[in-house]
Design a protein around this ligand. Sequence first.
Ligand code: AMP
Length: 210
Amino acid sequence: MHKYIIMGPQGSGKGTQAKLLKQDFDLSHFSVGDIFRWHVQAHTKLAARIKRLIDAGELVPDEIVETIIRRRLDEHDWNYGFILDGFPRNVEQAQFFLESYGLDKVIHVDVSHEVTMERALARRVCGQCKLDYNLIFHRPEVADTCDVCGGALTARPDDNEEALRQRLNDFAEKTVPALNLFEDKGLVLRVDGSLDRDAVQRQIRTGLGI
Ligand code: AMP
């Protein structure tokens, strides 16, 4: 059983790295951002409270995030472990997690703000099958069209410069202190997120000893 958290700014590639780990180690991958986007698409009651914040790149209140995490982990459908992506984003969320759940390691995908900005602005997602693309590393064969299902590719509404700047500021001001808290407990594995996808994954597996 492995319990991991993966942290890094937007565009660091943490979602991609989490999915690679999930495949080979049968982990459940929980992305709080994906859960929120599902609510927005499904027009749930929660969506009305969070859509404006997400579109502006602002953080959703802790009590909502903690309820989502608790509900998801309490389903106990993660026999081989889990990898949490996009959580925690501040010290309060980190403390909540440490008080309630065990943790093997925090993977910090470290990358400069310039690189994250460039990569995040190049992200596209298929509106139909939700496959991720990136105009730098993984271009579609036909512009703006999904290679697999032919759906239209669009940028996430919060991948615009203003919202990205807000998220980067929040990362520096709120998320780095959470990382420091984990660091003080000897839980952090730092990897170089500026390397290519497979090299980052190798660093992670070597560092985790898996
Ligand atoms: P992400 O997909 O991780 O970039 O998350 C998209 C958006 O969801 C963020 O910009 C926030 O508005 C919200 N969000 C995701 N995770 C959290 C979290 N742990 N705390 C607060 N807001 C979050």
